[in-house]
Design a protein. Structure first.
Ligand SMILES: Nc1ncnc2c1ncn2[C@@H]1O[C@H](COP(=O)(O)OP(=O)(O)OP(=O)(O)O)[C@@H](O)[C@H]1O
Length: 715
């Protein structure tokens, strides 16, 4: 029996594995065994999205798993995992390869090389032990030989350390680039998606899982997740396992020793097999049942309500504390109750497996040593190598099983990422988009028979809406609460789509314009305008990012909106950070002054009317630009006093005329103040999702209908 034979075998193994890895798997597009059409709106019906959707439904009638929940380990999920791998691994690897071709190659090679280190270590140390044994037992061993072995051992250690350092440095570079690229792609895709696409809860869940995948690229198993790079660890484990198996087989070369080899492997793996069987028999399935999911969800929701500053004011005022605590306690008890049942169930099963055979198996591993002992070449080094290899096989196999289990879940997250990258925004024109042609006189809008239903609702909020806004005209939309005014404005601003009917903008179907192009032709103040967790300058400047730092444009926008005095009175003027009470927002200039809402050091609060002036200034940032042809204001002055309101509408008129006698922009404004609505050329009265009256103020009064009644009630 020779100790030298494993060396050649290890070298062959190393080269062989590297070669087999270099042959990339082909990209297959068909996905058998999966519902043919689930959501063709978003993605290819046979694509990854469908596979991902199927993976979340454990049974045909089952409730979808929560984002991030573990998929069951069953034949159906396994086949879906295989399909996901076939569809996206090649693309992902190509992406990584394109970032750092040579470093990626080096990464694979170094992982494989690191896998054979432990076997080498055992082999080299066994040689040294043999030499020391013969030195002690006989006096004729040469010191030169021992010195050579010690030298080799030290060089091996130095080489291992060097390769480890190179591999770690290389890994961090490749990891860093991969993480950046994937995060960038995810962010880019997310920013492209419009509200109708994100209104689908399934799409939101898809992006949550995709986000988990991106976060998993923080390094080895970060956030308890398994990234693509961690698949490399599986390679390392396999190469380590094979190298130890080779060492063992070379030690037990002859026929009786082959029995010893098999015996060693079985006794090594027995404790693992028992542990795995116990885990499998456990009723603590990795798949979360929907009842538990709901309880966890409620528990987290209540915890958030209790902790978030955004709700603090109303929480205190309405005395919500006991209600939150009760809701949390009920959900928490449900979760703990389930956990306890789980533990009891687990414990009862554990009894069945309570006979711990591990130590017995450990003892049995010594039996083959007796056979080896009978061999003429038996030595202390040989026994040590045998023991090291057996222990390493146990350890590496346990690691491999754990890695494979994590990788299995990682596959579905990877599927979510790749599927998310295929999602296209609903509002994007299906064919080639038509470039917007400016009329120079304002936008002409022809709305014909428009109907719209919110996602998830059954009854339409807009029904057969027809309206014409001539170029340069000012139209006021008035009506009862919930009659659909804001919804109509958002459809006209191409934030929402519509179910049926048509909108012609300057004679062209609005669906033929790319949303980005169309949005650059409009400006708006939304009823639910955003309050950014940032400075006054940024809160106004986001209206036209290109001139966010242009003092002249900012000054003009503030002056027209009557916000100049407010901003000048702030401690740092435009540079003052604004306090966003009641809204959770993220600072986009990277500072940590404010976490969520609530008064915070260094921030300045504003009144409702002052915030409204800031929002109007934001809209005015771009309103005067020649390419902007439509101004939409959804209750822009609801919190303003009468003087401020008059000033705003004078400014709107001034901007619409752009210094000439004729209007160059069309204006739509929604208001509940009918004294303001009178200023418009025409008034559209809305009721129950449709326009019931349309005309000038005088025409509508003389008609003595709904508008006249509302007007009389308001004065
Ligand atoms: N995201 C949504 N999902 C489902 N329904 C919605 C959504 N937003 C609004 N609605 C419903 O659509 C209807 C019209 O709402 P909209 O905000 O357009 O009314 P409005 O005329 O602007 O009301 P107000 O005068 O009170 O501002 C309402 O009944 C509202 O409940």
């Amino acid at each position: 029996m020779s100790l030298r034979s494993p060396l050649a075998a290890l070298r062959n193994l190393c080269l062989g594995t590297a070669h087999s890895f270099s042959t990339a798997c082909p990209r297959v597009r068909h996905a058998p065994g999966v519902p043919q059409k689930l959501h063709s709106t978003y993605a290819h019906p046979e694509g990854l999205y469908v596979l991902w959707v199927a993976s979340r439904k454990p049974g045909p009638a089952g409730e979808a798993l929560l984002p991030g929940a573990h998929r069951p380990f069953c034949a159906r999920s396994l086949s879906l995992a295989c399909e996901i791998i076939r569809l996206c691994v090649a693309d992902l690897l190509l992406t990584l390869w394109s970032l750092h071709p040579w470093r990626s190659f080096l990464l694979v090679i170094l992982e494989l090389v690191r896998g054979v280190f432990p076997a080498f270590r055992g082999y080299s140390q066994a040689l040294l032990i043999n030499e020391l044994q013969s030195l002690i037992s006989s006096s004729n061993t040469s010191w030169t030989c021992i010195t050579r072995h010690v030298g080799v051992e030290l060089s091996r250690l130095a080489l291992e350390a060097l390769i480890d350092a190179i591999a770690t440095e290389n890994e961090s570079i490749v990891y860093g680039s991969a993480k950046f690229t994937l995060e960038y792609r995810q962010m880019e895709k997310r920013l492209k998606l419009d509200l109708p696409t994100l209104a689908d809860p399934e799409i939101r869940d898809l992006f949550r899982e995709s986000d988990l995948f991106v976060r998993s690229f923080g390094g080895m198993s970060s956030f308890g997740l398994f990234s693509t790079f961690d698949f490399m660890r599986i390679l390392t484990s396999i190469s380590e396992l094979l190298s130890h198996a080779l060492v063992l087989s070379s030690l037990t070369f002859s026929r009786p020793h082959l029995t010893a080899f098999c015996f060693s492997v079985v006794t090594s793996l027995l404790p693992l097999i028992l542990r795995t069987a116990r885990a499998h028999g456990s009723c603590l399935d990795e798949t979360m049942d929907p009842q538990e999911s709901r309880a966890i969800h409620k528990q987290e929701k209540m915890r958030y309500l209790a902790q978030s500053e955004s709700y603090r004011q109303e929480l205190i005022f309405f005395g919500l504390g006991p209600w939150i605590l009760q809701g949390w306690a009920k959900a928490r008890r449900a979760v703990l109750g389930l956990e306890r049942r789980q533990t009891e169930c687990d414990a009862s099963l554990r009894c069945l497996f309570s006979v711990d055979l591990s130590s017995f198996a450990l003892f049995m591993q010594n039996v083959p040593l007796m056979l080896l002992y009978r061999s003429p070449s038996a030595s202390l080094g040989l026994f040590t190598l045998y023991q090291t290899s057996v222990q390493a096989i146990i350890f590496t196999t346990a690691n491999l099983i754990q890695s494979v289990r994590m990788a299995y879940q990682g596959i579905f997250l990877m599927g979510a990422f790749c599927a998310a990258m295929e999602i296209e925004p609903v509002l994007q024109p299906k064919g080639r988009d038509v470039p917007f042609e400016s009329s120079g006189k304002g936008m002409r809008l022809d709305i014909k028979n428009l109907t719209y239903t919110y996602p998830g609702c059954e009854t339409p909020v807009l029904r057969h809406v027809s309206l014409t806004v001539e170029a340069g005209e000012t139209v006021a939309i008035v009506g009862f609460n919930g009659s659909g005014k804001s919804t109509l404005a958002k459809i006209l601003l191409r934030i929402y789509d519509f179910d049926s009917g048509q909108i012609l903008v300057n004679g062209v179907d609005i669906r033929h314009y790319s949303p980005e192009d169309y949005h650059s032709r409009c400006t708006a103040v939304f009823q639910d305008f955003a309050k950014y967790n940032s400075t006054a300058q940024q809160n106004i400047g986001v209206g036209y990012i290109d001139e966010m730092r242009c003092t002249q444009t900012l000054e003009m926008a503030m002056r027209l909106a009557g916000a100049r005095e407010t901003v000048c009175s702030l401690p740092l003027g435009l540079k003052t950070k604004l306090d966003i009470v009641g809204q959770d927002g993220g600072a986009f200039d990277g500072d940590q002054l404010v976490q969520g809402g609530g008064p915070a050091y260094g921030c300045h609060g504003l009144s409702g009317g002052e915030w409204q002036r800031i929002a109007i200034s934001r809209a005015f940032m771009r309103a005067s630009r020649p390419e902007v042809e439509l101004l939409v204001f959804d209750e822009p002055t609801s919190s303003l006093d009468a003087h401020a309101q008059k000033r705003i509408f004078d400014s709107i008129e001034k901007i619409a005329c752009s210094g000439s006698s004729e209007r160059k922009k069309s204006v739509l404004f929604i208001t509940h103040r009918l004294s303001t609505a009178r200023r418009a050329d025409k008034i559209a009265m809305m009721e129950n999702g449709t326009i019931c009256e349309f005309g000038t103020h005088q025409e509508l009064l003389s008609r003595d209908g709904k508008y006249a009644a509302l007007y009389r009630a308001s004065i």
